[in-house]
Design a protein around this ligand. Structure first.
Ligand code: 3PG
Ligand code: CO
Length: 555
């Protein structure tokens, strides 16, 4: 379409070499003390970049700046990559579900109609992440849906819970389970119980096909009522499975369990004619389970029993290209005119790469929740397979392999734009392991150094940034004094496994960047969405009108 033509930038010429955009996932700018792994790590490269006048700044990566309901919401990779790739701030899943519940629209759509077919004489099952993290799901939204179902005649409800400890403090799951049990017991005229569960990093919530066995363990527990552990109630399950309080199994990794009655029979297997709601709004970790529920001829693992006449919905549609699931409760955010589409329409060739854990982030989320290429003749997406282990055991992850692939792409002369995501500061940060996170930051800094050398070699330009904070704070803190909170059982500071509210850095440079191109100083409130116009300008092009303003000028 002619409207997608981007004019040459009036004062920034086209570069001779490629433009490299690096996302250091989970690398924020935060309080500088020893619990900040980014600060504590040996990072000579980013330290030097930070010292270059007018070529370093930070931008907002959380809350309303990235389309989340409030400024108390930490950023995450989904909304962060949406903003980075689209140049726009759109209302995100968390907020769209809030609005659908408030307005009652939730209860009028096709998804609700489908599940209501099970209200009178079947069971409605809710499966999802049980916390108020607001990254994949939110506790009050689950309760809102359950109450809405009961008010509209649902007679039997079963909840299948995934314990969190990743977007919220580890150990907090027991309190969410206790609250859920209380809320379910208080429902009038409905038999409502927790039926099965397990840790989010152990069952059900795999992403990008890193480990399908997680999904199988989830299927066995939720659908078949089979798991290594059975309990009479979920609170006992969670407390018992954590084990030794001085050295607990984290909420993220709790083994699967099934709740049974006095005769040892599971209280909530999924049967013919039942309704199933995946109540997470975020896509990445729901796609695999959606396939298992939705595709009659699914064969990645043996489902043993596939319930007939299932009324299956997602909180949202998780993949708009696969139309998966077909039926959902709330339409997902619409993101139009993302940078990937503009670039191919303007003849720009792109190489994008990350390892499995972040591959969909730098492709699917980056492209406004679209799978596949805009134009495969102009784009190459490379996935480096991730290890399957707790990442504090291997904090280097695949950083070096990603760096090498990026280096080759930069040197190949085939690509005008090279974008890379380094998962380490995020994935290792989520384990709460400070020393491993320090290593994660150091290895990423080394990779940036290698890449910048090559950018200079080919007269290119670079923009190094992040999608949200994580490794920049590894302990829970007292709100006022910022002193670490101390665990009563261990006497040690309580680890912070979640993302942070911190802003993220933006470093620009490269031998091919004219000396007069600098960061503007009149956009103090800029956020991640301002970065899109910035790298389009680095390509020597003007950004689309509707994008947030570019961070750079030629003076
Ligand atoms: C996860 O899914 O791993 C966390 O909940 C969020 O992390 P991400 O937003 O960095 O993927
Ligand atoms: Co993360």
């Amino acid at each position: 379409a002619p409207s997608m033509q981007l004019a040459p930038h009036p004062s920034i010429p086209k570069p001779e070499g490629p433009v490299m955009v690096c996302i250091l996932d989970g690398w924020g700018v935060n309080v500088e003390d020893k619990y900040n792994a980014v600060f504590s790590a040996d990072t000579p490269t980013t330290d030097a970049l930070r010292a270059v006048p007018r070529r370093y700044r930070s931008v907002k990566a959380h809350g309303t700046a990235v389309g989340l309901p409030s400024d108390a919401d930490m950023g995450n990779s989904e909304v962060g990559h949406n903003a980075l790739g689209s140049g726009q701030v759109v209302d995100q899943g968390a907020r769209l579900v809030d609005m659908a519940l408030e307005s009652g629209k939730m209860f009028e759509g096709a998804g609700w109609k489908l599940i209501s077919g099970a209200f009178a004489d079947h069971t409605v099952h809710f499966i999802g992440l049980l916390s108020d993290g607001g990254v994949h799901s939110r506790f009050n939204q689950l309760i809102g849906c359950i109450k809405g179902a009961v008010e509209r005649g649902a007679k039997r409800i079963r909840v299948h819970i995934l314990t969190d400890g990743r977007d919220v403090p580890d150990g907090s799951s027991a309190a969410f389970v206790a609250q859920l049990q209380e809320d379910l017991a208080g429902l009038k005229g409905c038999d409502a119980k927790i039926a099965s569960g397990g840790g989010r990093m152990n069952i059900t919530m795999d992403r990008y096909e890193a480990d399908w066995s997680m999904v199988k363990r989830g299927w066995d527990a939720h659908v078949l009522g089979k798991a290594p552990h059975t309990f009479k109630d979920a609170l006992t399950a969670v407390k018992t499975l954590r084990g030794d309080p001085e050295n607990p199994i984290s909420d993220q990794y709790l083994p699967a369990f099934v709740i049974v009655d006095d005769d040892g029979k599971p209280v909530g297997t999924i049967e013919d004619g039942d309704a199933v709601v995946l109540f997470n709004f975020r896509a990445d970790r729901m796609v695999e389970m959606s396939k298992a529920f939705e595709y009659p001829d699914f064969d990645i693992f043996d489902r043993v029993r596939y319930p007939a006449d299932l009324k299956f919905v997602g909180m949202m549609q998780y993949d708009g290209d696969l139309l998966l699931p077909k039926t959902y409760l709330v339409p997902p955010p619409e993101i139009k005119g993302v940078s990937g589409e503009y670039l191919v329409k303007n003849g720009i060739t792109t190489f994008a790469c990350s390892e499995t854990q972040k591959f969909g982030h730098v492709t699917f989320f980056w492209n406004g929740n679209r799978s596949g290429y805009f134009d495969s003749s102009k784009e190459t997406y490379l996935e480096i397979p991730s290890d399957n282990c707790p990442f504090n055991e291997k904090p280097d992850m695949k950083a070096v392999e990603i760096m090498e692939a990026g280096r080759e792409a930069l040197r190949s002369g085939k690509y005008q734009m090279v974008r890379l995501n380094f998962a380490n500061p995020d994935m290792v940060g989520h384990t709460g392991d400070l020393n491993a996170s320090i290593r994660a930051c150091a290895v990423v800094d080394e990779c940036v150094a290698e890449l910048i050398k090559v950018v200079d070699e080919v007269n290119g330009r670079f923009l190094v940034t992040s999608d949200h904070g994580n490794s920049d704070d590894m302990v829970q803190r007292e709100k006022k004094t910022l002193k670490p909170l101390i665990d009563k059982d261990t006497g040690k500071p309580m680890p912070l496994t979640s993302h942070t509210l911190a802003p993220v850095p933006v470093y620009i440079g490269g031998k091919g960047l004219p000396a007069n191109v600098v960061l503007r100083d009149d956009l103090p409130d800029a956020g991640l969405a301002n970065i899109t116009a910035t790298y389009i300008n680095l390509l020597g092009l003007q950004a689309p009108e509707k994008y947030k303003p570019s961070l750079i000028v030629a003076e």
